[in-house]
Design a protein around this ligand. Structure first.
Ligand SMILES: NC(=O)c1ccc[n+]([C@@H]2O[C@H](COP(=O)([O-])OP(=O)(O)OC[C@H]3O[C@@H](n4cnc5c(N)ncnc54)[C@H](O)[C@@H]3O)[C@@H](O)[C@H]2O)c1
Ligand SMILES: [Zn+2]
Length: 512
């Protein structure tokens, strides 16, 4: 099972933060030192004193190994628990390790009152702690996932740990976990079992079927399932009632009952349709999202919006119907055409602008950096969307912030007759809206430059094509479903990390 191990020097708050984290993620919490003490029937200082550090480390190894059969948990480790190679190998095989790091001064302050409980630090705290940190410096810094805990509350550090681990538990619309995990698809069966989900059927499109269905099927078989695969044609053109009908019939033919689980393996089109088909089949059966495009990982798979298009317009029919699990495996993006990846990056940059300045600045490093760091991009991109939809699941207020770039962007996408990809249109829309925000004094011009150069560095367009008639764009904005009676509500950026909802009636000036 995949645990989350919290590791690092004594005094970094692994236990306190671990409890908080376990609460946030709805997982059990295990403090390994307490487990060792219970098993040994004495305290760690007593074990050290009476039996020596070697015995203590043996006990540590033994209790760590017992976790292999336990359900997924948050595990706080002692400050030297992974010094032994076997322990480290075990932890890295059965979960991911998040290293907590802090300045010496922070640690001294926190440890001052409890040095007696920490035998390796008994006596004069400062020189001992300094020596211990020096000795383990290389060791601690060899763990790739690290958070710095100085000056932050336990709640803030728990959130940092969630971001690093790529784990969230959503509860505002249905309860489900969103997990980012490289090669996570290999554990799909286990993840279903852990959630009591049964009798899975995969729904996918004909591109993804050839590339990734086999992995999902193997993982499910390894957990004792016998999954069917239902393949539909790829592309937005097939996001229509006829395809939904085909999916419903496929469910019937496969003998799905109310206890079955639909797994949507694909991009946003597959997620929207499979979720909708699941929401209506036998009045609603469970579904799981396994997004395979960047856009669907950071956006479409989260938030419970499902549906399909009518000839009259996109997404006109649908339902709020949250999944039981979203598993984003960034490894699956390796096969995604570059143009799709770039298009998805427009939404990631958008999420940075909405509420994650660090994500925004990472995006500015350009496409090569992004390709080499997809897991981090997905983790951060997903976290922003989750924060917003947890606050406002049914779009009564702040969820409208996610429309940043979309009022102009949708219109430009429509007028281009979908010759521009969604992300390309959104990049253009975001720049235009940022410029307007500066024009009316809500944002500085520095923001416009920053946003423009970020999109450019990713290969995204930043200008409305010259030949595109402005009056058509304005007309398209007016028929956009986000319009209110007199004015259109824009989500305008005011600084990186902050947007405001503003009603605009003079649409001509937006495009100036
Ligand atoms: N529900 C929501 O909240 C929400 C939010 C945003 C967008 N959407 C919807 O999402 C859809 C767009 O999603 P999308 O961009 O993922 O489009 P998509 O599902 O059409 O996927 C894009 C293309 O990539 C292919 N593909 C997918 N994964 C691949 C992989 N790993 N390797 C190679 N090829 C792969 C697909 O076959 C398809 O041809 C739109 O219909 C939009 O309305 C929904
Ligand atoms: Zn979008």
């Amino acid at each position: 099972m995949t645990h989350i191990f919290l590791y690092g020097p004594p005094g970094t708050g692994k236990s306190t933060v671990g409890r908080k984290l376990a609460q946030n993620l709805n997982l059990p919490f295990i403090d390994l030192d307490r487990v060792i003490e219970e098993e040994a029937g004495m305290s760690i200082p007593q074990i050290m004193e009476q039996q020596g550090e070697g015995t203590f480390r043996d006990l540590e190894t033994a209790s760590l190994k017992k976790l292999a059969g336990e359900q997924e948990s948050i595990v706080a480790l002692g400050g030297g628990a992974l010094l032994r190679d076997v322990n480290r190998a075990f932890a890295e095989k059965h979960g991911r390790v998040i290293l907590f790091m802090a300045e010496l001064s922070t640690l001294l302050e926190r440890l001052h009152y409890e040095a007696g409980k920490r035998p390796l630090l008994a006596g004069d705290l400062k020189p001992k702690l300094t020596a211990l940190l020096e000795k383990r410096r290389e060791h601690y810094h060899s763990f790739p996932l690290m958070i710095h805990v100085d000056g932050k509350s336990a709640e803030q550090n728990a959130y940092q740990a969630q971001l690093a681990a790529g784990r969230h538990h959503l509860s505002a619309m249905g309860e489900y976990d969103a997990v980012v995990q490289s090669r996570g698809i290999d554990q799909l069966g286990e993840m279903l079992k852990a959630r009591g989900l049964q009798n899975p059927i995969l729904v996918t499109d004909d591109n993804v079927a050839n590339l990734h269905a086999e992995k999902a099927v193997t993982a499910l078989r390894n957990s004792g399932f016998d999954p069917r695969v239902l393949t539909v044609p790829a592309g937005e053109a097939y996001k229509k009632l006829e395809t939904i009908s085909q999916i419903w019939k496929g469910f019937l033919e496969a003998g799905l009952d109310r206890k079955s689980t639909v797994i949507a393996l694909g991009g946003g089109v597959i997620g929207d349709m499979s979720g909708f088909a699941a929401s209506t089949y036998m009045r609603g059966i469970a579904w799981v999202g396994v997004p395979t495009t960047l856009l669907s990982m950071v956006d479409a798979s989260l938030g419970g919006k499902t549906g399909f298009d009518l000839p009259e317009g996109k997404n006109l029919i649908g339902a709020f119907y949250p999944p039981k699990l979203v598993l984003a495996d960034p490894q699956l993006l390796d096969t995604l055409p570059e143009a799709e990846l770039i298009s998805g990056m427009a939404e990631v940059v958008k999420h940075g602008i909405i509420s994650d300045p660090e994500l925004f600045s990472l995006c500015g490093r350009g496409l090569d950096w992004v390709k080499a760091n997809l897991e981090e991009v997905v983790r951060r991109g997903m976290a922003v969307k989750i924060k917003v939809i947890e606050e406002d699941p049914y779009e009564k207020g702040v969820r409208a912030a996610l429309n940043l770039g979309h009022t102009v962007g949708h219109a430009v996408e429509l007028v281009s007759r979908f010759n521009l990809r969604h992300g390309e249109a959104i990049a253009i829309g975001t720049v235009v809206e940022a410029r307007y925000s500066a024009q009316i004094g809500r944002a500085g011009h520095g923001l416009v430059d920053a946003v423009t150069s970020s999109f450019k560095s990713l290969g995204l367009p930043v200008q409305i094509p010259d030949a595109m008639p402005r009056d058509e764009i304005i007309r398209a904005m007016r028929v956009d479903k986000k319009k209110t009676a007199k004015a259109i509500r824009f989500a305008l950026p005011v600084e990186i990390g902050k947007v405001e909802l503003v009603n605009v009636d003079d649409l001509e000036s937006v495009l100036e």
